[in-house]
Design a protein around this ligand. Sequence first.
Ligand code: SAM
Length: 260
Amino acid sequence: MTIEENQAKGLWSRVRVLLGVRDSHHGLSEVDEFGIQIPPARLRYDVAGTNDLDWFLEGGRLGVKTLESTLESQNLDLASFGSVLDFGCGCGRVLRHLSDFTETQLHGTDISRKGIAWADRHLNFAEFGTNKLNPPTRYRPDSFDFIYAFSVFTHLSHDLQKAWMSEMHRILKPSGYLLISVHGTHYRDKIPEELQSEFDKGKLVVTGVRQNGSNRCAAFHPEDYVREHMANELGFDILQRASRGALGNPEQDVYLMRSV
Ligand SMILES: C[S@@+](CC[C@H](N)C(=O)[O-])C[C@H]1O[C@@H](n2cnc3c(N)ncnc32)[C@H](O)[C@@H]1O
């Protein structure tokens, strides 16, 4: 579906909500203050680790605030980007708050078919699709000015960290920007005791790797690992690091990088 078709669909879905038209499958749907539908509890849980509706909405808003303030610290403006990808968007917890970015081509991708199906149906101002656990995505090289990935690298195995950073590099335009959030030092206590010394040596620690890509797989990123193995080795400059800076994914660290 094109962005224009999506926008028309979005307008209609908001009118339906205002008129109180019933969703044929689920009865009258719950909506936020902008008339955008709210996903079912299960999908909220998948992205936020809780069903709590207030936190789902507030956390998404704080995600956007994190994007804007981190970019502003480098004199960059989220609204100035022509094309933006939410990598690992799930049901669009963060993207849903960008509905007024009408000059930006918004995209979301995730391995979750259910999350993407919901987002595609209800967040009509963006284009959605799924990807597999391993790269590549369906996007052409040099597609995006900006990609963000909140709490996605936090659930990937060692191999997939580098593979996905390379894919981010491939689909970003030259000198494009990437923002990721990771479990940094604040999460050291959550690492099994016998592995904490690995983290202290600057090594990535991953637990639950058999459930790679799910919330049961947890990756912990020391700063040295991010700098050396995710940025330097793979063609990114780190512009900004904010310890515990991911307001909508507390208390994760945020890194803003530029593709070189
Ligand atoms: C903790 S949730 C965060 C969702 C969203 N970024 C947010 O902050 O609301 C992690 C998301 O990463 C997705 N994910 C995990 N592995 C992925 C992969 N290889 N490619 C794309 N998405 C992935 C999961 O399906 C899930 O939606």
